[in-house]
Each structure stands twice: as C-alpha cells, then as structure tokens.
Design a binder for this molecule. Sequence first.
Ligand SMILES: O=C(CO)[C@@H](O)[C@@H](O)COP(=O)(O)O
Length: 238
Amino acid sequence: MTSPTTSNDAEVQALRREVCALHQELVRWGLVAWTSGNVSARVPGTQLMLIKPSGVSYDALTPETLVLTDLHGTPQQDGATPSSDTGAHGYVYRAMPDVGGIVHTHSPYATAWAARSEPIPCAVTAIADEFGAEIPVGPFAMIGNDEIGRGIVDTLSGHPSPAVLMAQHGPFTIGPTPRAAVKAAVMCEDAARTIHLARQQGQVEPLPPEHIAALHHRYQNVYGQRTEHSDPTEGRNQ
Ligand SMILES: O=C(CO)[C@@H](O)[C@@H](O)COP(=O)(O)O
C-alpha cells in the first residue's frame, strides 16, 4: 500500500471505522470518564497513524473525525486537533515497529495502582495469560511531548506485558492491532480490580516464574480458536 495522502484511501477508511468503533469499547468496558481515553492505529505500510481528536466525546466521534497524522503527530489534513497523547503514540510507533495499535485510559483500578506507582503482581493465572509478568510501572512524565512515549518504550521493550502503568497518570497499552491494544486495556483494568479486591482480605503472592511462563505461552499460542476464521488478536497480544 502506498502512503495514503488523502483520507479516501479504502484501507484508511476501513481503519477509520475500526478505530472509531474501538473507542466505543472503552465506554462499554467502563475504562473512561468523559473523554479521558484514546485509541490509535498505525496505518500499515506507511509512516502515518489515525488517532482520536482531542476532547471529543465518544458519542460525537465518527470515522471521519479521527485525525490522520504522521508519526511525529503532524496532521495530514485540515481538521480537528489530534489527541493530547499523539506525541506519545507516535514515539511508540517509531520505536516499536511491531506495534499496530495503542490505547490510553484512566480506568479507575489501574489508575489507582498508577497513582501509587505500584506494579500489579502476577498473582493469578489471568495476569500470567495476558501479561506474562507483573504489569509494570513506567516513570512519571508530563503530557504533550516525547516523555510519555519514551517511558512506555523504555518500560515495555523486551517485556512481555502489553500494558504499562505510567506513574501518577494511568495505563497505556500496545498491541499488534488496535483491537489487541483495547483488549489489553480491558484485561489490565480487570487485573487491577481483582488484585485490589484480593488485597482487601490479605496478602497476595506472585505465581512461580515457571508457571507464569507456561500459562503465558499456552494463552498466547494455544488458547481460543486456531482456524482461519479465528480472531487474530484473541489470546495473542504481542
Ligand atoms: O491523560 C490525559 C490528560 O491528562 C489525556 O490523555 C486525556 O485527557 C485524553 O485527552 P485527549 O482527549 O485524547 O486529548
């Protein structure tokens, strides 16, 4: 695919519809308050990405209002201002070529762990399945430049987790597709809530590393449907 220079490229149009629909998943799964989350997708085969316009409510979002930018966040067409986190998303896409989608939310339980700058321990099989380790914490970084993106890349490069809790801010998730990144955001909030609840009644202990590795491998490579009709993002986040 050549780099699309206009938004009428058929593949970009399909990606617009997918990314717009995925923003509704943030609402459906209770991951956002008001406009506090965003989803982006790399445009395959290009140096471009699609991202939510800043401050636009999810019920007003349409495929056409998503902002097409280069990977430094420069809009490619006149129109809405891209998300506050465009710099962070673009930095990750430039540094991690296998990443096809990125999500940022302020989901309550995961953000509470981020507020404490505390990683979520890999204490249940569901966390081993999706994250393959504890869900790590990244450094505090101000919004609007490369700092957050650099913190995401420094934390997740070489780490099995598709989620990072940026200290005193909230979760960012990555995936090979935007749907995989949304799934990681959903599962990150689920993990944060589960371990929060468990710790109300006592201590939790991480699973043994060998069990974490075996569980992660099974989930990423065996779980779910392995037919040509299966969803390529189910059970595989990297
Ligand atoms: O975290 C922040 C601001 O602190 C932003 O990601 C969040 O408010 C969403 O901003 P956008 O509407 O994507 O510009």
